[in-house]
Design a protein around this ligand. Sequence first.
Ligand code: 13P
Length: 243
Amino acid sequence: MADRKTLVAGNWKMNGRRDDGLALARAIAERATAQHTCELLVCPPATLIVPVGEVLAGSDVALGGQDCHAAASGAFTGSISAEMLRDAGCSHVIVGHSERRHGLGESDADIQAKALAARRAGLVAIVCVGETRAEREARVAISVVAAQLAGSVPEGAAADTLVIAYEPVWAIGTGLTPTNADITEMHAAIRGHIPAGTRILYGGSVNPKNAAEILALPEVDGALVGGASLKAEDFWAIARAAG
Ligand code: 13P
């Protein structure tokens, strides 16, 4: 939709050492000087946020964190606050990724607190939601996602500081994707629970082959890309498909 600029975001997850991470960032920044019409974002692991930010400086590729703590600072060993991400050059942070909801037991309330922290720090929160395979098979996917949204999107959220990523758990890293009809149905349902104009990304096995079709769906405002974001040519092919 014209008023919701497409966002293509790469979630590098726990991948990349200095050499390959910086080479990837360089390759993306170089390609991003060519004409493209979507917004681009990369979310490297915490160890690479600062050097990747240096590589991306002057390009229009934005930088994001993959998670943040709800507190601004304090005795939370191993954690990073939204303020620290902002200080390191980030404009965005992913919260509530399924690898944290399901893998690390984060609750909707935890995720809402992180999304609030993002707002406090001046970051755009990318709030992830999505059903498991069992929930889809039980035909409760839409109600599960509605409950995640109700619990994890903060009161007073606004379209310029919130992005939703619909990532079906069973589609992440599996090569499986929902049908176009299922994506459209879910995104339309999500839209009923979020502020007008908020972008909804699709994530889960997006690759250069399926990107154009998924990104052309009327309710899809971009993609959150995992595995394919680790290869510059694949990430760029997805970005081009968005343009
Ligand atoms: P894949 O693109 O590897 O399926 O991962 C999606 C994802 O989890 C992005 O956050």
